[in-house]
Write a protein that binds this ligand. Structure first.
Ligand code: 3HC
Length: 311
């Protein structure tokens, strides 16, 4: 690409200007955005599955209504993000096909099962907590449509995290069995939540360029550390123990020292071998096939309207 154009583009980024769909952009910028926004959108849609499993099994009508609202929000988040990806010249069908055939990823965390109601609390508390940590900075990302989608999404995320924390707080303060379930959920979701932030910086292939283009505002390790620092006091308040013997406040650093996740498990999960990868992709493929007739009807109606044959 033309070096002068690249230099002019980079100075726009450095001046914190927003890049809009019709602006010139390097092909690599466009491709990385399609990858990141597309995978972000897929994460929202696949992320509905673990919690949806518990809508009909919620312990009270109130909890059912709260969970239903949250899962519906996630569908809307996916919609905002697919629309943002479409402004980069990729169609909804193309990007969906890449999810369904495994060419595009979704967040590793959704390949873990939700075994009981305490898990629903842990998902809201930890998974949405981690998602907030990662999404708040993205409100300032350089690509206009992505930044605006993030601003709308972040308005709903704090409700997602608070409702989960409230659910697990109820159990942590409940009967001994409920407290045991809450601790077990924390044990199973702690390290997969740390993995959500991506591999350690030394293994992050995209970070350097993505930070230069302000597609990524912080490194993976920075946000992971922020998440740990924020979450440890919350666990202490619940009377739950973070499953990490090395966890310790380090006064010199002003942060908690903690054990890294098992990165071989992480790379295993993102290459398709997690506990639920097969189920999640099968569910999304089934939904796509089941919805085929609806899409065909909508397209036929749109065509009729376009050709003016419908009153
Ligand atoms: N799950 C799956 N794949 C992951 C991953 C994760 N948690 N973390 C990293 N990867 C993949 C990357 O996609 C990349 O693979 P690719 O080249 O095939 O895309 C590879 O591992 C190397 O990682 P990098 O750090 O180099 O990749 P990125 O610079 O893209 O960083 C990221 C990864 C931090 C997830 C970044 O893409 C990002 O910030 N994405 C936007 C936010 C997002 O997608 N969050 C997911 C959660 S959204 C959610 O949870 C919904 C909420 O409502 C519950």
């Amino acid at each position: 690409e033309d070096p002068a154009k690249l230099a002019a583009f980079q100075s726009r980024i450095d001046a914190d200007e927003k890049i809009e769909p019709k602006d010139w952009m390097p092909e690599g910028y466009r491709k990385t955005l399609i990858r990141q926004i597309g995978q972000h959108a897929h994460s929202e849609i696949v992320g509905q599955l673990p919690e949806a499993n518990w809508i009909t099994r919620a312990p009270t009508l109130e909890r059912k209504a709260i969970l239903l609202a949250k899962v519906q929000d996630e569908a809307g988040h996916g919609l905002y993000l697919y629309c943002a990806a479409e402004t980069l010249g990729v169609s909804r069908d193309e990007i969906t096909e890449m999810l369904l055939d495994g060419r595009m990823k979704y967040s590793s965390i959704f390949n873990y099962p939700t075994l009981n109601w305490a898990d629903v609390g842990a998902v809201g508390w930890l998974v949405d907590g981690a998602a907030i940590m990662n999404q708040v900075p993205l409100q300032r990302t350089s690509y206009g449509p992505y930044s605006r989608a993030m601003i709308r999404i972040c308005k709903e995320e704090s409700f997602h995290q608070r409702q989960g924390y409230d659910a697990i707080r109820k159990m942590a303060g409940g009967t001994p069995d409920q407290k045991r379930m809450a601790q077990d959920a924390l044990n199973r979701f702690w390290y997969p939540s740390l993995m959500m932030f991506g591999p350690s910086d030394k293994d992050s292939v995209h970070s350097t360029q993505s930070m230069k283009w302000k597609i990524k505002m912080n490194t993976n390790d920075e946000l992971r550390q922020k998440f740990v620092d924020q979450t440890v006091p919350q666990a202490e308040y619940l009377g739950l123990t973070i499953p990490d013997p090395k966890l310790n406040w380090n006064d010199d650093r002003g942060h908690y020292d903690f054990s890294e996740p098992d990165w071989s498990e992480f790379f295993d999960v993102i290459s398709g071998n997690g506990p639920c990868n097969t189920d999640r992709l099968a569910a999304r493929n089934q939904a796509w096939d089941d919805g085929k007739w609806v899409r065909a009807g909508l397209m036929a109606h749109a065509e009729k309207k376009r050709s003016g044959t419908v009153a």
